[in-house]
Design a protein around this ligand. Structure first.
Ligand SMILES: C[S@@+](CC[C@H](N)C(=O)[O-])C[C@H]1O[C@@H](n2cnc3c(N)ncnc32)[C@H](O)[C@@H]1O
Length: 375
């Protein structure tokens, strides 16, 4: 039976002494109900829903039953009833939503994984709407705001480091990008309040990255340092120690995809490996060198694509994944991400389609994001 929506006293008259005992509510169900209340189209609907919610709270067969799988939150019925009464008694939707948000925050306190700032009690909130949780990423338009530029062969779509840092780091933590390029991860890091160190072999590229990073506002005053050098040997412990740090909380690797793009003439450049085996060996050395600096239980992201050699598909991504798995990491996810050609490549699409039909192959339209966790 529904309570009268205009009765702002709701269940106050029925309150009994049990109201003051903490009870383990099903946290997810409670938050869903509050989020639904927040979505009410007008005050009448809000009050109707609030009345139903108060009844639900008092119903021991409803959301009071602790969920065997989900989390519970200890609250008194009286506290919840008082809060919902206050929400229903407001004269504007805006004010009601303010109280709902406050209640959701109170319920959601400290429901976070140690590796992320995502408030799991508010996972339906708008700020998380764009966080991807599926393994197929279709990113049609690269973020070109601020200092981001597509003006470097094979640089990140900025949404990649953005998604990874938001899922796998907390504000103020330390991220090392071992193949920094033009510093896409560092720009994202400074937007998100993560400290970043980037290693880049080519000094001219590193200098360009520094210039771009300087163009971008640094609202959280984080460190974002591009270091010239070889990721397989760079003294990362020393670089962290310069900032009073002993470890990092996320490693990002976006190496050359073997020889698809020759980045430099430097023999230490992974794009100059003599063979696939040597490429994997060089990548493995970078991982071995950096892994001790990563906190246990934290994540490493590897972005890489496959390649063709003399008409045969070389599964570079899976080979690189195996090389990492041999070095003390476990696999958490494999993401497949779309790859859109540049304007120049698009003009040759028809030619590639013809070649694919003749040669019996498929034209690459994807790359991989492998997520590993250090054991
Ligand atoms: C695919 S790009 C990375 C692009 C970067 N994610 C960005 O958004 O600009 C690979 C980069 O790794 C660099 N590189 C290759 N071998 C390296 C090594 N041994 N140590 C450090 N950097 C290396 C290349 O110069 C190139 O800039």
């Amino acid at each position: 039976m529904m309570a009268n929506p205009d009765d702002h006293g709701l269940l106050t008259d029925d309150a009994d002494e049990n109201d003051s005992f903490p009870f383990p509510f099903n946290q997810a169900a409670l938050l869903t109900a509050l989020n639904n209340l927040r979505d009410a189209a007008d005050l009448h609907q809000l009050r109707t829903q609030a009345a139903a919610l108060v009844q639900e709270i008092a119903n021991p067969m409803g959301m009071l039953i602790p969920d065997q799988i989900g989390e519970t939150v200890e609250l008194t019925v009286g506290y919840l009833r008082g809060e919902i009464d206050q929400i229903a008694a407001t004269l504007t939707l805006e004010r009601a939503r303010y109280y709902i948000d406050r209640l959701v925050r109170a319920i959601g306190e400290e429901r976070r994984q140690p590796f992320s700032d995502i408030n799991l009690n508010r996972w339906k909130e708008r700020e998380y709407d764009d966080l991807i949780t599926d393994s197929l990423w279709q990113i049609d338009r690269r973020d070109s705001t601020g200092a981001h530029t597509a003006d470097y062969w094979g640089n990140f779509v900025p949404q990649i480091p953005n998604q990874i840092m938001r899922r796998y780091t907390r504000r103020g933590e330390w991220v090392i990008d071992l193949f920094a390029g033009l510093g896409t991860s560092l720009i994202e890091g400074q937007r998100l309040g993560r400290n970043t160190l980037g290693i880049e072999l080519q000094p001219t590229v590193a200098a360009r990255a520094r210039a771009l990073i300087e163009q971008e506002p640094n609202p959280y005053a984080v460190v974002r340092e591009v270091l010239d050098g070889d990721s397989a040997t760079y003294n990362l412990a020393e670089a962290l120690a310069q900032h009073g740090q002993r470890s990092a909380q996320l490693l990002m690797l976006h190496p050359p995809y073997f020889d698809i793009i020759r980045f430099s003439d430097d023999s230490r450049d992974l794009s100059n490996a003599a063979s696939v085996d040597q490429f994997l060996e060089m990548l493995g050395r970078v991982v071995e060198h950096a892994a001790p600096l990563l906190d246990k239980g934290r994540f490493m992201a590897l972005v890489i694509g496959d390649k063709y050699a003399r008409g045969d598909w070389i599964p570079l991504g899976f080979l690189a994944m195996q090389a990492v798995l041999q070095r003390g990491f476990v696999l958490k996810s494999i993401v497949v991400k779309n790859v859109e050609g540049t304007a120049g490549k698009r003009a040759r699409r028809e030619l590639w389609r013809y070649r694919a039909l003749v040669g019996g192959f498929y034209v690459f339209k994807h790359e991989y994001l492998f997520l590993f966790r250090k054991q």
